[in-house]
Design a protein around this ligand. Structure first.
Ligand code: UD1
Length: 366
C-alpha cells in the first residue's frame, strides 16, 4: 500500500526545507504518493517562484492562492482552503516544515480531520511569545504525531511541554541538506562580480522580523549601526518586501540609499544568496535559517535579536546573539573586521542526510 502524503509549503523559508524531502520521496514512488501543496502565503516571483526553479521543487500539485493578510485572516484563509484539500485527497500524513503561519494552519486542519502531522524542525523555542513564529511552533508541535529534530536541545523543550519521547526523532537539518546539495552550483555563479563585490570583503545583511522593522526606533537604530559599518566595508542588503515598505513609511529610504558603500537590492534567489553568503566576511541578520547556514559555512553571524530558538548555533556555531543596541553591533562587527571572529564547528547530523533519515523513519512507521 502506498501512503499518500501532503507536503506543505507557504513562505520563503519553507522551500529549501521541503526540496530534499520531495527528492527523497521521488526515489520511493513504490511506497509513497507524495504531493506538494503551496498555500500561497508568499507569492512574489522573488519570494516564491525563483525557489521552485533553483531548488528543483516540482510544480505544486495544489495551490491554495491565499496571499497576505493579518495573522488571523491569513491563517483562517489557509485553514478554509486546506480543509477542502484534506477532504478530497484523504492523506495518510501531512508534513509541515518550519514555523510560518502556513505550518500552523495546516497542522490544525489535519489534526482535526484525524490525519497525523509530521513536523520537520520541531521543538525549537525562543521562549518569546511576542514572536508569531513561537506560537506557530508551540501549536504545531502540540498537534504533531512525528516530531523531527534538527538539534538535541529541542528534545528537552518538547519533554517540558509533555510530548512523549516515542514521537520524537533527531534526524538533523533538512535546510542544510539543500545547502550542501546546491553549494557547488551556487559557487559557480558570477554573483559577486554582478554586485561589484570582492570575496571576503563585504558584509551581507537581512532584516525582516516585525520586532526589528515594524517600529521606527529599533529599525533606525540598526540602520545607524549599518551606516557605521559601511564606512569600513561594503554592505549588501537584499531587502524583504515588508522591510522596504517600512523604510519608506518611516521616511528612512532616501537616507539609506545615500550611503556610499551600502547597497539595497531586491530579495535574491537561493543560489545567488548562497554564492554571496559563502564568500562574505560577516552576516548580520534576524533570520532563523541564516544562523544555521552561516554555522555550516563557517561565516561569522551577528544575530540582531534578543533571543534565538536555535541555541546550537551559539554553543557550537559561529553565531553571536547581540540584540539591537547599535553600539554593541558596531563593536562586534569591528572585532570581526579586525580578525577576531568567533570560530565554530558543524553540529551533529547537519550532514546532508536529514531528509533521507526522515523518509526512512516514515517508511517504517506508516
Ligand atoms: C513570513 C514568516 C516568517 C519568515 C518570513 C520569511 C509568518 C508568521 N512569518 O514572514 O517566519 O521568516 O516569512 O520571509 O509566517 N509580501 C510581499 N510579497 C510576498 C509575500 C509578502 O510583498 O510574496 C509582503 C506583504 O506586504 C505582506 C508582508 O510582506 O503583508 C508580510 O508577509 P507575511 O507572509 O505575512 O510575513 P513575512 O514577514 O514574510
Amino acid at each position: 500500500m502506498k501512503s499518500r502524503i501532503l507536503n506543505i509549503v507557504g513562505a520563503r523559508p519553507n522551500f529549501m526545507k521541503m526540496a530534499p524531502l520531495m527528492r527523497q520521496f521521488a526515489t520511493r514512488r513504490d511506497r509513497f504518493d507524495a504531493r506538494l501543496v503551496h498555500t500561497g502565503q508568499h507569492y512574489d516571483a522573488q519570494m516564491s517562484d525563483v525557489f521552485f526553479d533553483e531548488l528543483g521543487l516540482p510544480k505544486p500539485d495544489i495551490h491554495l492562492g491565499v496571499g497576505s493578510g493579518t495573522h488571523a485572516v491569513q491563517t483562517g484563509k489557509i485553514m478554509v482552503e486546506f480543509e477542502k484539500v484534506v477532504e478530497t485527497e484523504k492523506p495518510d500524513l501531512v508534513i509541515v516544515v518550519g514555523d510560518v503561519n502556513s505550518t500552523m494552519a495546516c497542522s490544525i486542519v489535519a489534526a482535526k480531520a484525524w490525519v497525523p502531522v509530521a513536523h520537520v524542525e520541531a521543538g525549537l523555542r525562543s521562549f518569546d511569545r511576542r514572536m508569531p513564529e513561537e506560537i506557530n511552533r508551540v501549536v504545531t508541535d502540540a498537534l504533531s504525531s512525528y516530531l523531527f529534530l534538527t538539534e538535541e536541545d529541542a528534545r528537552e523543550n518538547l519533554r517540558r511541554e509533555g510530548v512523549s519521547d516515542d514521537k520524537v526523532f533527531f534526524v538533523g537539518n533538512v535546510m542544510i541538506d539543500t545547502l550542501l546539495h546546491l553549494l557547488p552550483k551556487a559557487q559557480k555563479l558570477d554573483t559577486l562580480q554582478r554586485f561589484g563585490l570582492r570575496k571576503g570583503e563585504f558584509a551581507l545583511v537581512t532584516l525582516h522580523r516585525p520586532s526589528n522593522v515594524d517600529q521606527r526606533e529599533p529599525f533606525a537604530g540598526i540602520l545607524g549601526a549599518l551606516e557605521t559599518i559601511q564606512r569600513e566595508i561594503d554592505v549588501l542588503f537584499p531587502i524583504h518586501p515588508r522591510s522596504v515598505a517600512r523604510l519608506k513609511e518611516f521616511g528612512l529610504y532616501d537616507r539609506v540609499t545615500g550611503w556610499p558603500r551600502l547597497k539595497l537590492t531586491e530579495p535574491l534567489g537561493y543560489l545567488d544568496f548562497m554564492n554571496l553568503m559563502s564568500q562574505s566576511k560577516l552576516v548580520l541578520t534576524d533570520s532563523g535559517g541564516l544562523q544555521e547556514e552561516t554555522t555550516v559555512l563557517g561565516i561569522p553571524c551577528l544575530t540582531l535579536r534578543e533571543n534565538t530558538e536555535r541555541p546550537i548555533t551559539i554553543h557550537e556555531g559561529t553565531n553571536l546573539l547581540l540584540g539591537t543596541d547599535p553600539k554593541r553591533i558596531e563593536t562586534e562587527a569591528k572585532k570581526i573586521l579586525t580578525g577576531h571572529a568567533k570560530k565554530g564547528r558543524v553540529p551533529k547530523f547537519w550532514d546532508g542526510k536529514a531528509a533521507e533519515r526522515i523518509v526512512e523513519i516514515l517508511a517504517k512507521k506508516l
